[in-house]
Design a protein around this ligand. Sequence first.
Ligand code: 5GP
Length: 162
Amino acid sequence: MELLKKRIAEDGSCYPGGILKVDSFINHQMDPVLMKSIGVEFVKRFASTGVNKIMTIEASGIAPAIMTGYLLDLPVVFAKKKSPRTIKNAISTTVHSFTKDREYEVVISADFLTPEDKVLFIDDFLAYGNAALGILDLIRQSGATLVGMGFIIEKILSEGKR
Ligand code: 5GP
């Protein structure tokens, strides 16, 4: 996606440890026009997969997921990084955080991830694929089916796609 490549080149910055900072348009301040274009790109790539639910993980996956869900007229659910006391029928798994270098628990209610769901997972970055593996575990536990995964930025040198 040329628009995204241009924006990363113009406004992104590199930090030690292989971190790409895109805080001015994805991870802190957000550009809704760019986000809509990203949603359109995901629709082009995944509309034919039979997807009936978009799934993401808080927080930075929510914006591209909601754009994609809006364009496809599909519900969007996000895995939470803190389990609310009121959550019902929780399913959980452990994920290693690339940016914080620690383990954390992610939770979702089985009320919103069911065996009928054909899930497209959307997130901001694919680095080592740890978040994606956690989501896959939640999907397996719920009995849902994964039909695709879409990331705004893939860090190909981190080999998350393996
Ligand atoms: P993974 O689970 O694929 O190893 O890492 C993906 C998660 O780590 C993303 O959801 C993102 O929050 C974070 N992440 C990984 N690499 C980067 C990076 O270079 N920059 C930023 N801003 N976040 C990253």
